[in-house]
Ligand binder design. Structure first.
Ligand SMILES: [Zn+2]
Ligand SMILES: [Zn+2]
Length: 59
């Protein structure tokens, strides 16, 4: 089976930069389970995030 191209672009939910590899934190939205990524910088600063799916905001 060939799967074609897989896009694995992950963007920081807070600042929108592309995330590569291990510096990111990933977690699921407590409301809807949407997979959310956040870069180490925003994690350090405890920036707020907003779930693009349900609009939930959290630290
Ligand atoms: Zn960020
Ligand atoms: Zn959500």
């Amino acid at each position: 089976m060939s799967e074609g191209q897989q896009k694995r672009t992950q963007k920081c939910i807070s600042c929108g930069i592309n995330i590569t590899g291990t510096t990111a934190a990933s977690f699921k939205c407590p409301e809807c389970g949407y997979q959310i990524y956040r870069c180490s910088k925003c994690r350090k600063q405890s920036n707020l995030y907003q779930c693009p799916d349900c609009g939930f905001t959290g630290p």
